[in-house]
Design a binder for this molecule. Structure first.
Ligand code: CO
Length: 214
């Protein structure tokens, strides 16, 4: 109960395999991390960031929370973003949502789950904002998928609204914010048409007619 043997065994085998592939692998990683991507994704165990994009340790800086939210006052997420942009100098922030997101579904259904409902309240706000569009969807499933996409778009906007990204763009730092969605059914990523790489593009996304967001 206190020691999870299978996980330690997996870890030992993984370490061995990595060293067989490249004896210098861990020694090089110890000396520096220089990732070019920040991944902001859902905590969902079915959406493992590195694996999906085929990147080894050292190449993807990661922040995950329930329903991949970027909240204006979340010091955890903001600290990750600030470190990634200002210290690591990453050039790409990827907000990746996924279809079938339990957090988005819970927000849509509105059943009580305790403390987490306060977190999910942010998604209910997005629902309210895009209510007409969402209620025009043909089915509940289509509505959920659309809300998962709209949530990504709103989080891309939130990333762009942080002082961290605004300041980076003001000083001419190369920085793009991408909005992607992952499909649990086939393991494939889809880019939503919401990428912004400047203050002007960000302002344009905020003013966009979202009926053509995806
Ligand atoms: Co999720």
């Amino acid at each position: 109960m206190r020691i999870l043997h299978p996980l330690f065994e997996n870890n030992r085998r993984w370490s061995e395999k990595m060293r067989q592939g490249d004896p210098e692998f861990f020694r090089q990683l110890v000396n520096q991390q220089k990732p070019n991507y920040l991944w902001i994704g859902c905590s969902d165990s079915r959406v493992p960031a590195n694996e999906i994009v085929g990147l080894p340790p050292g190449e993807l800086f990661v922040h995950r929370n329930i329903a991949n939210l970027v909240i204006h006052t979340d010091m955890n997420c903001l600290s990750v973003l600030q470190y990634a942009v200002d210290v690591l100098g990453i050039e790409h922030v990827i907000v990746c949502g996924h279809y079938g997101c339990g957090g988005v579904r819970a927000a849509l259904e509105g059943h009580a789950h305790g403390l987490v409902d306060n977190w999910l309240r942010h998604i209910r706000d997005i629902y309210q904002k895009h209510r007409a569009l969402l209620e025009a969807e043909a089915s509940e499933g289509a509505c959920l998928r659309r809300l998962c996409e709209l949530n990504v778009m709103e989080q891309v906007i939130n990333v762009g609204n942080t002082t961290i990204v605004q300041d980076a763009w003001s000083r001419g730092q190369a920085l793009a914010v991408h909005g992607w969605i992952y499909d649990l059914k086939d393991g494939l990523l889809k880019g939503l048409d919401v990428c912004v790489a400047s203050g002007e593009e960000h302002t344009a996304l905020q003013g966009r007619d979202v009926t053509c967001a995806s």
